[in-house]
Structures are given as structure tokens and as C-alpha cells.
Design a protein around this ligand. Sequence first.
Ligand code: NDP
Length: 271
Amino acid sequence: MQNFTIFGNPVEHSKSPQMHNAGFKNINFDGNYTKTLLEDGNTIKEVFLSQNTKGANITVPHKEFAYKNADIIDELAIKIGAVNTYINENGKIKAYNTDAPGFYKAIEEFNPLNTVLLLGAGGTAKAIAVILRENNIDVTILNRSNNSKDFFTNIGCKFYNWDNMQLKYNTKNIIFNYDLIVNSTSAGLKDDNHPAPLELLKPLIKNSKYAFDCIYGKLTPFLQIAKEYNKQYKDGEDMLLYQGAIAFELFTNTKADSIVVEAMRRGLKES
Ligand code: NDP
């Protein structure tokens, strides 16, 4: 039997074991996926190899530590600077970022897209911005602070904080129009916060075609506004599922077709 795990801190809330074990069962793959609470991200390589793990996922707050500790890093992950998947290749760690293609697959139904407004500038926003830019989509970031501004401008994104977007909005009477608005902040995850001040957020959503929230399993305050404006919207469940399905393919060397993906979705929902 091959061992797989998810590293995080905290990790007890993770539904990845149920999702992957359901996929393994569906293709009769002899694998077992568990959770590992990892307190010190710098120990990830040592723990991964000492547990004789074939593959792993990495969640908050260890994705950047995992990147730094990998032996070989996939090209897309290098652009993002963070990884969420490890594969043990004869004692060497090959690392990938499946959040980015997972997100891209999750927004497939909104295609074609030319312009995206991305709320937030954290690790998830970096993965999303990179995959959108790789697909020649125009990306604007709106964050509460200037954190990671250089990362985003260096890959060709426009970058605003709340104050300077508000200023531009008010003084020049600009209406910002986007095909898709994405919440990649943690506002709404464990609270009822909006990802930007309402006087900005409401017209931005109103002038967008679609809305997507990376948070899954709830109608966040952000999605609530999209619903009120009759926008087509979705939460982050498919993003979670597809990042998992892409990792599953790396773990098992088997294509995750729609039957496997739906088995993984049931695993996720039953958990
Ligand atoms: P990070 O901590 O790296 O980034 C959080 C971002 O949110 C930062 O830009 C931060 O701003 C901003 N932020 C935090 N609180 C607020 C607030 N109250 N109002 C406005 N902005 C705020 O987190 P991640 O990028 O790792 O995760 C972001 C979200 O994406 C989480 O909700 C997570 O659950 C979700 N996610 C979903 C996945 C899925 O598969 N569906 C996968 C990965 C993540 P600042 O820079 O100023 O601190």
C-alpha cells in the first residue's frame, strides 16, 4: 500500500483524505491518505521522507516552506513561488502547484474571459494571477494593503489598494468593468466581513459579469451581493475538487476522468 498525506497546521478540518481515499477506491488503487499536523514547516522534507510517503498535499501555512524544501519544482510552481503537492521520486521530492490549474478548471464555465478583478494578494491570489496571466487574461488586483505588490506588477497585473482605487473611482468617475470578480481573501471564511469596503465592492460586482469565491460550502457576504445583483456565481468547491483531481493524477498516474472526479466529490460531500 502507498501512503499519502496532507500537511497543515491546523489540519483536522481538512477533507482531502475523504476526497482522495474515495478516488483511490473508485480505481482500486492500493493507497491510503491521512492527515499530518506539521508545526514547523522547515521540517517538511524530513517528515515526508521519513514517513515513506509516496505523495502529499500541503495546506496553510506551509506552501512556501514546501516550495523551499523541494528538490525539483515544476515550471508553473516556480512562477507562483509556492507548492501544494509533493511526489516522492526515488527519494527526491518533485513539487507542483495544483491550486492554479484547479482554479482555472473551476471557472471554465465563465469562458471566454478577458478581464478579471482579483480581491486579495495572498498565496492563493498569486496562484490565480499566474494561471490567468499564462492564459493572457488581463488581471487587476485589489487588496487592503500593498503586500506583494511587486510580485503582481512583475507578472503584468494592475494593482490597487482600497484607498487608491477609491480615489480613482471617485475623482475620475471611472466605472471599473470586469468579466469576472474573484474573492481570494479570507474575508467571509470565519466571519461576515466583506473583502473590500461596500461602497467599492457593490459597484464592482454590479459591473462584473460573474463572481467566484475561493471559500467553499457557504454563501459568503461577497457571494450574497452577487446573488442580489443576479450575477452567475460559484463558490470554491470545484476549485478544491479540481486541485485534488490534478494531484490525484500525479499520485496514481491515472487520469481523473469524470467518474473519478464525481467519486471524489461524493467523498468530499460525505465528509
Ligand atoms: P493568505 O493568508 O495568504 O491571504 C489572505 C488575503 O486576504 C490577503 O491578501 C489579506 O490581505 C486578505 N485579507 C485577510 N482578511 C481580510 C479582510 N478581513 N478583509 C479584506 N482582506 C482580507 O490566504 P490564502 O491566499 O492562502 O487563502 C485565501 C482564501 O482562499 C481563504 O479563504 C482560503 O480558505 C481560500 N482557499 C480556497 C481554496 C480552494 O481550493 N477552494 C484553496 C486555497 C485557499 P493582506 O495582504 O493585507 O493581509
